[in-house]
Ligand binder design. Structure first.
Ligand SMILES: NC(=O)c1ccc[n+]([C@@H]2O[C@H](COP(=O)([O-])OP(=O)(O)OC[C@H]3O[C@@H](n4cnc5c(N)ncnc54)[C@H](OP(=O)(O)O)[C@@H]3O)[C@@H](O)[C@H]2O)c1
Length: 301
């Protein structure tokens, strides 16, 4: 497994972690699969109160050391008191004392972000969470959330990214990379669609997979994590797929492969098209973000 920086914290996380959305059909097998993933070095587990998989994650964590736990607060729980309550509930459900990364699942325009970020900072102070992250945030939402904080940096933005879903390349990826915000790529296998063997994308992926004696899933994951400061969190309930996914970090695509994959254009529909935007204000938004982040750093020294 290769490791990447978590934001600007100096902490390292695996380039391939585990997603848990839609687990729950066979908890025993899934717990076994998560433990297998941990054993193979994917010691980053992503869940959310909304997924109803925190209990399975909590079970899988029993007796395991050194697992990085990421969960999320739902968009309807972003008022100050609700954030605190949701966090307490997640800790209780998973049976743990600290969440490593607490993420805002989706922004909610009806709740002032300052309320949410103040609550997040309180949770850090109380030791209930270690790091603050967001998910599905646009560049200007990142700026607002960062500006609302008094002493913490946003360490990550979890967004959809795969060979078939490239919206963040328009602007967001660049801003996050330059600001030192880790991109956690969700649905990195396009929810299984990388295996839809009909179109040109499939034949490109299939050819590259055969060339390296790897699977299409491994090629797809390798492409995602080849980007600086991007990690991937594929979901699988199968121990075999878990092993496949874990070893995707152990080979590298060559220049020709990367060019061919970069040329893929499909009609694949991402979960949301909100990240498919280019504001033409990239450098202004980045500067604003950095101004606040650097001032927090000075304050800490
Ligand atoms: N923040 C957000 O708003 C948000 C939104 C969506 C997802 N997420 C997070 O991202 C995680 C991953 O995304 P996702 O679950 O949407 O989709 P995904 O990881 O892109 O794809 C999951 C699908 O791929 C299959 N799969 C996994 N490994 C495979 C392999 N090696 N070979 C063949 N098939 C394989 C899985 O089936 P098997 O189980 O049979 O292997 C499943 O059907 C989620 O679980 C969740 O934690 C976050």
């Amino acid at each position: 497994m290769i490791y990447k920086k978590l934001g600007r914290t100096g902490e390292k996380i695996p380039a391939i972690g585990m997603g848990t959305w839609k687990l729950g059909a066979n908890p025993e097998d899934e717990i076994h699969a998560i433990r297998e993933g941990i054993r193979l070095g994917m010691n980053f587990v992503d869940t959310a109160e909304m997924y109803h998989t925190e209990q399975i994650v909590g079970e899988a964590l029993k007796g395991q050391d050194d697992v990085f736990v990421a969960t999320k607060v739902s968009p309807d729980h972003l008022r100050y008191k609700d954030v605190i309550k949701a966090c307490d509930q997640s800790l209780k459900t998973m049976g743990i004392k600290t969440i490593d990364l607490y993420q805002i699942h989706w922004p909610n325009p009806n709740i002032p972000i300052s309320q949410t970020m103040q609550a997040m900072e309180r949770l850090v102070k109380e030791g209930k969470i270690r790091h603050i992250g967001v998910s599905n945030f646009l560049p200007e939402e990142l700026v607002e959330a960062q500006e609302a904080m008094k002493s913490n940096e946003i360490v990550s933005n979890q967004v959809e990214y795969s060979v078939l879903a490239r919206d963040i390349e328009k602007e967001l990826l660049q801003i996050c990379t330059k600001a030192g915000i880790t991109v956690i790529a969700y649905s990195p296998l396009a929810r299984g669609s990388v295996y839809n063997g009909k179109d040109k994308a499939f034949s490109i992926l299939d050819k590259i997979a055969k060339k390296h004696n790897k699977t299409i899933a491994q090629v797809s994951l390798s492409w995602v994590i080849e980007k600086e400061d991007v990690i991937a969190i594929p979901k699988t309930a199968s121990p075999d797929h878990m092993a496949e996914n874990a070893s995707a970090s152990e080979f590298k695509l060559d220049k020709e492969d990367l060019e061919q994959i970069d040329s893929i254009r499909t009609g694949f529909m991402p979960i949301s098209r909100r990240l498919n935007r280019f504001t033409k204000r990239t450098s202004i938004l980045w500067s604003k973000l950095m101004e606040k982040r650097e001032s927090l750093r000075k304050f800490k020294i």
